[in-house]
Every structure is written in C-alpha cells, then in structure tokens.
Design a protein around this ligand. Sequence first.
Ligand code: SF4
Length: 408
Amino acid sequence: MAPAVSTAIGLASCGFDGSIYFDTSPAPLGDGGLVREVSLDELIPAPAGTAQFALPGRRPLTTIGPIAGRNALAVALPAGYTRLLLPAYAGERGAPALPLFGYTFACTVDDRLHVAAMKTDESEDWEPRFFAPGRLEALLDRRLKQDPHNRVLAQVALCAREYGCFTAQNVFLERGEAALPVSPKCNARCIGCISELDPGGGIASPQARIAEEATAEDLARVATHHLERVQDGIVSFGQGCEGEPLLRSIAIARAIELIRNARSNGTINANTNGSQPAALERCIDAGLQAVRISLNSFRPRTYAAYYRPAGYALDDVLESVRLAVDRGVRVSLNLLTHPGVTDDADEIAAMETFLREVRVAMVQTRTLNIDPELYFAAVGRPHHPLGMRRAISAISSVTRVGNFTHTH
Ligand code: SF4
C-alpha cells in the first residue's frame, strides 16, 4: 500500500548555533510581496545543488507568529529553477544587511526539505561542477602559457578560479558558452550589481569589477581559440565581472570582424542592459548574432528604482529589443525575477503587452540576488501580486521560458 502523502507543511529554521530544525508545526508563512500561507502545489523537494542559509537577526514567521530563539532559513536554488516565494521573517533591530543571494522560501514536508520553486530549464552545461584537486589549475596554467600576454585570458582565469564562473571556466574546459569581458564602466548603478556596489551599503560585491578595457585583438584571440575547438560554441561579451559592454561597441565590432575573419561557426552573443540602441546596431552590423537584454521590470519607475540609469531609460532598453528582433538577431530577455514585483498585476499586464508586440525568442526567468527588504524598499511592495506561476505562464503563453542562453 502506497505510503500516505502528508499535507502538512512544517517549519524549517535555524538555531543561533547554525543547526537546522525541522518542526512539523507551526506552519511557516511565505512572502510573495504579501506575507501569506503556502500551498503544497507551490513546493518541490529541494533539488541537488540547493544551498541553505540562516538569516541572522530574522525570526521566522509562522501561523502563530514569529518564532523566538530561531533564525529564519532560506535557500539558494541551483541553475535551471525559478523561485516562486521568499522566506517570511520578522527582522530585529540591527539585523545585518544580507549579501547578494536569491533567497527562496523553504520548509519541511514529510521530514524532507522542500522549496518554493519551478524547474524552468535544462542544460548539462550548467549542472553543479566538481573539479578533481589541481585539475582546474592545470587547465588554466596550460592555456595561459599558450597566450601569456592576453589580458582577457588573465581576467577569465581569475574569474574561473576565484568566482567559480561557469562561462569563464568554459574558456579553459573548451565547451559551451565562453566569457569575453570587455567593459570596466557602466551607465547604470544597479542596487544589486555583482561587480560594483555602493561603498556605504553594508555588503560587499561578490566580484571585483574588471579594471581595464580589453582590446579587440585579445578578445578575438580568446573567441577564435574557443570556436576552433567548440563547433556550436557561444562566445559572449557582457559578463558578471564587468560593466556595460555597449559602452565599448567599437571594440566589440572590431573583435567580431577579427573573429569572423578566422571562424564562421558558433554564435557571437552579447549580454547587455540594452541602454544604447545605436551602439547595439553597430555590433549587429558587425555580425552579432544573439543578444540577451537584462531588465527587472516593464514599468519605467520600477526599472529606474533598481537600475538607477545614467543617461538612458527603460524606453531605450525596449527600443534595443525591438531593433534586435527586427534585425533578425536571436533575442533573449534576462528578466530579473522577484516574487511580489514580477507577479504584480500591473507588471504582468505591462509584460504581456510588450511580449505580444515584440516577439523575442526566450525570456530567461533569472532569480534576482538581493536582500528582499532592500529591494522592496527601493521598488515598493505590490498591491496585487498574482503569484509567480501566473507570471511564468503569462510568459510561456507567448514565448519560451528558460534560464540559459541556447543556440536554438
Ligand atoms: S547593468 Fe550590470 S554592470 Fe551595470 S550596474 Fe547593473 S548589474 Fe552592474
């Protein structure tokens, strides 16, 4: 006889010593912009690669109120999943700001960790990686010796080693999508920028912004080497360790010219904030084939509150999307998702209107890595959240939902 399926959602929380507790009751609350009860159909067993966090100075909220003597527990999901709910907690005075992670609701069901998430993409290239001792170092050393004065190679070696960046490691593993960081400057000041944060913000950026402008020649040598070895490889300008690549569109156009003089295979992609349509057109004229444009919202005020753009606005970003689609480039949107913002009724309406008008190839539902209170303080809590699954189905009714840049 099949074991009885429990309907009880229990509390997963942390002791002040870091130990983890699973209690069958009381039931935890979740935060979808409005704090509320959680239903079983929003939950999946925690997938492999899920990381657990204790949230210091934050008491977990439950159906009987905040639980004293415990810290709230949250998780960060592995790639290929989209978060549906935030953890709900009562912050105590003086609680430290939280570093940049995608805090996701977690609880216990049948004594097993469950998370509020949806699987939204699959790619062998983005599965969690484990290197035998010394293997990555050996790959880095061998490749660096082949091109010792290449500044781009030196940068991605640092990113592969220090930050565990997959697209940087791919340069040395000679597989998939390879990183081509190009721009130290940016024309936005995102509240959750992973390469440069406000000094007074109380949290450090996870990566150091690149310090120098890459040359077209260095970029082209890294890209050409990759495409010589990876037939359907992707080489991508615009990485986590840099600013905005479109500010260096002349160097990118020159690099694309050099790459295409040497290789005709693979895909040349750019990850960008889409702020400068004319600069993007220059790259497309040179041969850019794919572009992934990032945004957190289709509403001008919510966009500006997070990106804090200098000299451009959301209209310029949407103009870049239209232009790239009209030019036949493969366009993905990198939608920085956050429960309570992405699924606000007004947000979904604005998103549906745009996606029906402009047919992009994919919307990547990226979990925004930020302290939820910091984000809500900047963009406001919602009036009418409809749930992240409603937002994801709104997207999938007009285009493909995913989490990775695919070539087809
Ligand atoms: S657009 Fe990118 S590089 Fe610029 S501030 Fe935002 S996250 Fe940072």
